[in-house]
Every structure is written in structure tokens, then in C-alpha cells.
Design a binder for this molecule. Structure first.
Ligand code: ATP
Ligand code: MG
Length: 400
């Protein structure tokens, strides 16, 4: 069908034509935003889910919602290994300037700017000239210890926002890549601003291990945030994700075709977009039939294998690949960690480090002690296609 009018958008963080199945979360967060604006407390949120379930899309939608409600917002993505201060400081600088719209810097706004300048200096972030005059205020957020300084900084900026009758919303994507110290700093900042009654809303998004990482960083994190699980869609929502955008373009799917796409994608949002996109392009005319989906299927699978799955596979060492292949032998998971080792023909300790590296890379996670699961949906089937044979692991003897 006409590629020009293809409504599906497989990708990362791209708003889908129909954001299906997330109404309750949007409504809940909307209420929390209104509470914060009304000077009432509200818990922060950590959106938790596997790769491609739509965490970034939700984070962006909530960011937009916050802006529409009059929040001043900051959105950052924690990249692997990069420093949080260097990401946050320029964003907060922009925010402080935005608070200065009345061109009459109040005492708290000036203080916010001063504390930010201190923070930037302590963390060696070059912010360039400020639009409003700043004096360094020694002793404020300048210890160089982010766990002490970030709470001070965010409290000062939130105070400035409160003075302007607005509030701050902080959005952080890929939370699992923050260092333990950075994560602790954010948690302490949320805790302290809440205690001071300051208007700050935190929304994070991350892979499932984010929950335990937060708990380990600060034990009270579990009470500070809600951790809504962002997962695959209910059947009716998956159907809507496929049918609504198609129908808006005058294209229909026969029930058998819908069922086939839902089954292939297991209702995972990213896969729904990919399948919708490729089936649309391959189908000669509306309505899309089961036969059309079946004839497009090998191409879609090859495309996913060659791209989405493949880039992740290529970032792994041969041993890491082998480990995932052994997991795949056991099915989608989660699997007892001991059984994975057994499948590789070794004891658990022999592959403990490789498992740890895979957790760090965000490829696997452990919901319960002694269990390991994929963070990428449908990765098990890909691994079996990519590495048809399961090869046992022979640990190398250390030479003395
Ligand atoms: N609720 C939804 N309904 C339909 N499509 C969706 C939905 N949520 C996300 N998508 C689509 O799924 C794809 C992945 O979304 P997104 O990048 O937000 O996932 P993610 O959870 O952030 O993934 P990752 O963990 O890899 O960053 C995008 O193409 C997006 O348009
Ligand atoms: Mg994302």
C-alpha cells in the first residue's frame, strides 16, 4: 500500500500514532502534577519496563503534559558512563533563565542561580555567561560530592520556581545507567525537596533492574516513588495500536491478520510498530488479510534480526553471546541462574562474571535472587535463529 501514508513508526522514543493502553498512567500522573502545582506532595514515578515497551515515549508525553500545565521541565537521558552534573547543569541554567521571564530576579531566583554557579564550578561544568548576575555563594552545593550538592541545588531551584508560582519536573531516561552515587543523589534530592514542601516532580524511566538499583542506593526509595510496570499491551490495546492508525488512513485488517500480528509481536509496542509498518508496505491493498501478513512475515523477522536484535548481539563478547544462547535454549525466561550454567556445561561460579557484565550492559536482569531474564523481549527466539547450535563453555585454565 501507499508507503507515503504508512502511519506506523518503528523506532526509539518516537510518538506512536496511537499511544495505546497508557491512559491510566497518564491520568494518574496528571493528577500528581496538579497536586504539585497546588502545593501538595506527590510521589515521583519510575517507569519500569523491558526494551521497546514505550518508556521513552511515555516520558516524553509526560514532559509535554507538564509543560502544558506550566511546569518548568528538565529532561535528560543518562548515557552509559557519562556524568550527570554535566548533563543537568546546562538544563537547569536554561530553566533558571526561563524563571526570569518577569525580568525582575527575586531573591530566591538569584539564590538559585548562585547555587547553580557553585555547583557547576564544583563539578567543572562550563556554563558560559549567565543572563542574570551571579555571585558565587561559598558553602552552597560546592562540596564536589553530588549526593550533598544535587539536593541543595534542586531545592534552591525548586524554591525559585515556587516563588514564581510554578513547579519543576525532572525527567530522567535510562535511569539504570546512572552511577550508584548519582542515583542516590537524585533520590535524596526528591526526599529533601518533598520534606521542605517544595514543588519538584521526578519521573524516571529504566530497565527492570532500576527498582533494585534504587533500593540499594537508598532503602527508602521504595516509599518515595511509584514504580509502574510498563509492559506489553492488553489484546484490545494492541489491536487499537494497529487498527486505529490504519483506519485513520482508510485501511482495515481482517481479524485473522490482526491475530497473526498480535501473536508475532506478543503485543510488545515496538514490535507492533515494526510489523504494522512492514505489513502495510508489503500488502497490495486493503483489507490486509492473514495471507498478506504471512507472506510479509519472513521479511519482518529478517529486518528485526538484522537491525534491532543484531546491534545488541554485536556489542557482546563471544562468551556473553554463548551465555545468552544457553538462556535461549531454556525459552523466554526468567530462568534459574544455576540451570543456565548447567546448560553451558559448567558450574554457576564459572560464569558469574559474564552474567554480571550482561546485567551491566542491560541485556539481562534478575527479578528474584537466583534468576536471570532477558531485558529485550523475544530475544530468546532471535538467539536461537542467530546461533542455531548450543556450544558448551570450556573455561580456560589460568596459566601461572
Ligand atoms: N503505547 C504504545 N502504543 C503503540 N506504540 C507504542 C506505544 N508505546 C511505544 N510505542 C512504540 O514503540 C516503540 C518503542 O518505544 P520507546 O522507544 O518509547 O520504548 P522504550 O521502552 O523507551 O525502549 P528502550 O528501553 O529500548 O529505550 C516506538 O516505535 C513507539 O512509537
Ligand atoms: Mg527508551
Amino acid at each position: 500500500m501507499d508507503r507515503l501514508r504508512n502511519p506506523f513508526v518503528p523506532g526509539a522514543g518516537i510518538q506512536p500514532p496511537e499511544l495505546a493502553g497508557r491512559d491510566a498512567l497518564l491520568a494518574d500522573t496528571s493528577i500528581d502534577m496538579d497536586r504539585i502545582l497546588a502545593g501538595r506532595p506527590a510521589k515521583g514515578r519510575m517507569l519500569i519496563g523491558l526494551r521497546g515497551v514505550g518508556k521513552t515515549v511515555l516520558l516524553n508525553r509526560l514532559n509535554l503534559m507538564a509543560q502544558e500545565k506550566g511546569f518548568q521541565t528538565v529532561r535528560v537521558e543518562a548515557p552509559d558512563g557519562s556524568a550527570l552534573p554535566a548533563l543537568l547543569a546546562p538544563e537547569l541554567r536554561r530553566l533558571v533563565h526561563a524563571l526570569d521571564v518577569k525580568r525582575r530576579a527575586g531573591r530566591n531566583l538569584k539564590r538559585g542561580a548562585n547555587v547553580l554557579a557553585n555547583f557547576a564550578k564544583a563539578f567543572k561544568v562550563n556554563l558560559g555567561p549567565f543572563g542574570l548576575s551571579v555571585d558565587l555563594a561559598p558553602g552552597e552545593a560546592d562540596t564536589g560530592d553530588i549526593e550533598q550538592d544535587l539536593p541543595r541545588l534542586l531545592a534552591a531551584v525548586a524554591q525559585a520556581a515556587a516563588d514564581r508560582d510554578t513547579a519543576i519536573a525532572l525527567f530522567v531516561d535510562e535511569v539504570q545507567y546512572l552511577s550508584a552515587k548519582e542515583l542516590a543523589a537524585i533520590i535524596v534530592a526528591c526526599h529533601e525537596t518533598a520534606q521542605l514542601g517544595l514543588p519538584l516532580l521526578f519521573v524516571g524511566a529504566g530497565l527492570p533492574q532500576t527498582v533494585s538499583l534504587s533500593g540499594r542506593a537508598k532503602s527508602y526509595a521504595e516509599r518515595l516513588f511509584d514504580y509502574p510496570a510498563i509492559g506489553r499491551l492488553e489484546d484490545a490495546d494492541a489491536e487499537a495500536a494497529l487498527l486505529k492508525p490504519a483506519r485513520a488512513e482508510g485501511v482495515d485488517f481482517e481479524p485473522g491478520a490482526v491475530a497473526a500480528v498480535l501473536s508475532a509481536t506478543q503485543n510488545y509496542p515496538y514490535f507492533l510498530q515494526e510489523w504494522g509498518f512492514h505489513v502495510w508496505n508489503a500488502a497490495p491493498a486493503s483489507p490486509v488479510t492473514l495471507a498478506m501478513v504471512e507472506s510479509a512475515a519472513p521479511g519482518v523477522v529478517a529486518h528485526l534480526d538484522g537491525n534491532f536484535f543484531r546491534v545488541r548481539f554485536d556489542q557482546l563478547t563471544p562468551l556473553e553471546q554463548k551465555y545468552l544462547r544457553a538462556m535461549a535454549e531454556l525459552g523466554p525466561g526468567p530462568h534459574p541462574t544455576g540451570r543456565i550454567a548447567q546448560t553451558l556445561g559448567v558450574g554457576t561460579p564459572a560464569v558469574a562474571t559474564v552474567r554480571q557484565r550482561l546485567i551491566k550492559k542491560g541485556m539481562v536482569w534478575s527479578q528474584r535472587h537466583g534468576e536471570t531474564a532477558f531485558t529485550v523481549p523475544l530475544f530468546d527466539a532471535f538467539m536461537r535463529r542467530q546461533m542455531p547450535a548450543l556450544v558448551p563453555h570450556v573455561p580456560q585454565r589460568r596459566s601461572h
